[in-house]
Design a protein around this ligand. Sequence first.
Ligand code: SIN
Ligand code: CO
Length: 370
Amino acid sequence: MKVLGGISAQAFLNRYWQKSPYLVRQAFAGIPAPIDGDDLAGLATEADVESRLVTANSWQLRHGPFFEDDFAQLPEQDWTLLVQAVDQWIPEVAELFEHFRFLPAWRLDDIMVSYAAPGGGVGPHFDQYDVFLIQMEGKREWRIGQDCTENDDCREDTELSILSEFHEQERWVLEPGDMLYIPPGVAHWGTALTPGLTFSIGFRAPSTAEVLTDFSHYLADKSSEFERYQDADLKERQKPFALMPADIDRVQQMLQEVAGDRTAIAQWFGRYMTEPKYDRPVPEEPLFSQQELIMELERHALHRNLASRLAYVPGTLFINGEALDTTLPEQDLEWLCQQKILSSNLPDSKALLALLTELVNRDAFYFDEP
Ligand code: SIN
Ligand code: CO
C-alpha cells in the first residue's frame, strides 16, 4: 500500500501497529491539503469547535474560540494552533479516513489539524492512542523518545502534559506528503521548521476503567430489580459477621454471568464505539417515511455523512451510539456502510429501505439538496 510505504497492511500491523514508530516518506504525495492555515484559523473562531493555541518553550495554553485579532497579534514564531475533530466539519478532511480502511472504522476517532509557525509545537509528550501524523504543508522535525509508563513524570509548571525527561532515540524531518505512525505511550516531540500543517489521524481505545464504567451503566439500565443476590441454599452461621467463601462465590457468579454475556457485550460495544465525539442534535420527528424516501431518491442522490460513526454485528447496525435492529444480511450491512453516495437504483430489499430510512432520519445520509 502506498500510504504504508509499499508494505502490505498486514505487514504493517505485524511489525509496527501498537509496537513501534514507522516513518513513510511520501505516503500522501500528490494529495493536496484539504484545508489551509486560514481555513483552520476560521474554524478556531467557531464556538462549537474545540481549539487551542500553544506557545512553545514557555508552554502556555489558550483555549478557543478565538477572534481574528488574536491571530493578527501572534509573533512570527513559536506558536501552534490545534483544532480537534476537523473531520466533523469538513467532509474533504473526513475523506482522509478512506486511506485507513485496513483498520476497523470504529477505532478511528478524529482528525486533529495543527498549523505551526517556525519553532512551534506542543512539546515532548506521549498520547494514550495510536496516531498517524501526516505532514501536509511545510517541514516539521519529529523526535522520538522513550516508551512511557506511569513513572514518566510531567512538568508541573504548565497545564500541558509536557514530559519532565525526554530520551531521544530518533529524529526525522517530515516534508509535505510524509507520514509518521506513533504507537500509544511513545514519547514524541514535533517542532515546525517552516510554517506548516500537520494532520493527526487519532484512534479510540477505551481504558479498562472506561469499559467497566460504561458497560456496567448499560447493564444496570437493562437489568431488573428482581435479578438480585440470592442465597436460598444458605447454611446456618456459626460466625455471623464473616463473609464466607460461599458468599463471595455467589457475587462472583453474578459478575461472571454478566461478563460472560457476549450478546450484551457486543450490543454495548457497538453503541460505545460509535458514540459521537461531540453531541449532535438528532431530529425528534422522523423526516422521511419509506415511501417519501423512495420518491426523493428519484430526484436526488443520497450522500453519506462522513462524520457519522457506523459499525455492525449480525442483526444490528450501530449509528452514533444507537442500535438499529435489522434483518439485512451481513455483507449488505458492510456494503451499506461503505457507500458514500446512493442513487435510486438501490438493490431491491425491504430491509435495506427500512434501514436506510432510519439512517437518513438520523442524518447518517443526506440528500444533496435540502
Ligand atoms: C501537533 O500536531 O502539533 C501535535 C500532534 C501530536 O504530537 O500528537
Ligand atoms: Co502527540
